[in-house]
Design a binder for this molecule. Structure first.
Ligand code: FAD
Length: 363
């Protein structure tokens, strides 16, 4: 993927620190990457996508994550939206929607609500059929990339089951309110979304609605978890590079930092963390690419392990760079703040542990 990486490197340049401080990525950058299909590279060629497998998309995600976790978060949301459409929409909806997502339009996924975080069974958003339309009422929170999105996938109750509706962000009754000053991934466009009597054609309800809510959220989350796992690999690679360069050049007590054994131990731990995160993510992606029955567990494991290592690894990186790494926008300072969020999203560490623990009990 040398061409893709070259384009990404050219569009990103040395700007992630400035984007972090400004809380925004220029939309021209997002749209160009979107038009190249790189924000959701797993969309099949038959639907105007690049047709990447999970492992290839994962390595691309790690590359983007090593440069800018905000951009990687936008990529995760776009990929999650595309995957949800791929899995839940009917053929006509897939043909209509997926080429938009590989053609420069941007998407967000909204399931969380003020009272529905880890427990999504508490979702209150209502999608109500009315003739050949549906009417959506609800309040979503923390939807990544929503400030940039043309299309927001909204999860809600529908009859006795649930549904996902593809809501154009400019529909009357939709209000997108940016989250002010998030801890990390500050330029990822997190927003709450208010939906007041939003009327849409019934054809926007993916797969006709009425599916079980756990099926809907698990479909979206599975892709999100895989993407976050690889994003954490990227965070660790960025930290490893920054720490290696600093330990070779910064001198204290008459020698480079890398000449002090306790500093080298930090490097060894960081390398081990990057390798562990890479291997669990590779394993999970290969389960996706081969349709292995282990896929669900391997994905949760990859997300949980990679996020935990990214948090520890980023803290180690700040420790080694010390004052040099503690200015806002610096690559390791960003890594430190961004990594923490990876333990919260797409199923917190505790929720992942519950799933893995249950698997261990019953396998
Ligand atoms: P809570 O559910 O209130 O949990 C609080 C704490 O209690 C956590 O430590 C949790 O692990 C623990 N806990 C909760 N229940 C249990 C339990 N049963 N057993 C053990 N521990 C438990 N949402 C979207 O819909 N779309 C997005 O794109 C999106 N992006 C996000 C990006 C960021 C940066 C953040 C911070 C959030 C995002 N979210 C998004 C919301 C995210 O999915 C939720 O924050 C997450 O599910 C946790 O919910 P909560 O914050 O309400 O915490």
């Amino acid at each position: 993927d040398a061409g893709a990486r070259e384009l990404i490197a050219r569009l990103v340049g040395d700007r992630p620190g400035a984007w972090d401080l400004a809380g925004e990525i220029p939309s021209a950058v997002l749209r160009e990457l979107g038009r190249e299909g790189l924000l959701c590279a797993q969309v099949p060629k038959s639907c105007a996508g690049l047709g990447y497998g999970s492992e290839r998309n994962g390595e691309l995600t790690a590359y983007v994550g090593s440069l800018c976790s905000s951009l990687r978060s936008v990529m995760t949301s776009q990929g999650m939206a595309a995957w949800t459409i791929q899995r839940l929409a009917d053929a006509g909806q897939r043909e209509a929607l997926l080429p938009r997502l590989t053609g420069g339009q941007l998407a967000a996924v909204a399931f969380s609500e003020p009272e529905a975080g880890s427990d999504l069974s508490a979702i209150r958003t209502e999608i109500v059929p009315n003739g050949d339309t549906v009417v959506v009422d609800g309040h979503k929170v923390w939807a990544t990339a929503a400030t940039y999105a043309d299309l927001i996938l909204v999860f809600g109750r529908y009859g006795d089951g649930a549904g996902v509706v593809a809501v154009p962000a400019d529909t009357p009754g939709v209000r997108v309110e940016k989250v002010a000053d998030p801890l990390g991934c500050r330029a990822a466009g997190h927003a709450s979304v208010r939906l007041d009597s939003v009327r849409l054609p019934r054809s926007t309800l993916l797969g006709g609605g009425g599916q079980p809510l756990p099926l809907l959220v698990t479909t979206a989350l599975a892709y999100g978890r895989m993407s976050v796992a690889w994003g954490c690999v990227g965070i660790l690679r960025a930290c490893l590079d920054a720490v290696g360069a600093h330990a070779r050049t910064r001198r204290q007590s008459g020698r480079p930092l890398g000449g002090h054994q306790l500093v080298v131990r930090h490097l060894a731990e960081l390398l081990a963390a990057e390798q562990i995160a890479t291997r669990v993510s590779e394993h999970a992606s290969r389960c996706w690419d081969t349709g292995s029955p282990e896929q669900v567990t391997a994905t949760v494991l990859a997300k949980h392990v990679s996020a935990g290592h990214a948090v520890k690894g980023a803290a180690t990186a700040v420790q080694v760079l010390a004052s040099a790494g503690t200015t806002d926008g610096h690559v390791v300072a960003r890594a430190y703040r961004d990594a923490k969020l990876m333990e919260i999203i797409e199923g917190s560490s505790e929720i992942c542990q519950l799933i893995l623990g249950q698997h261990a009990l019953t396998r």
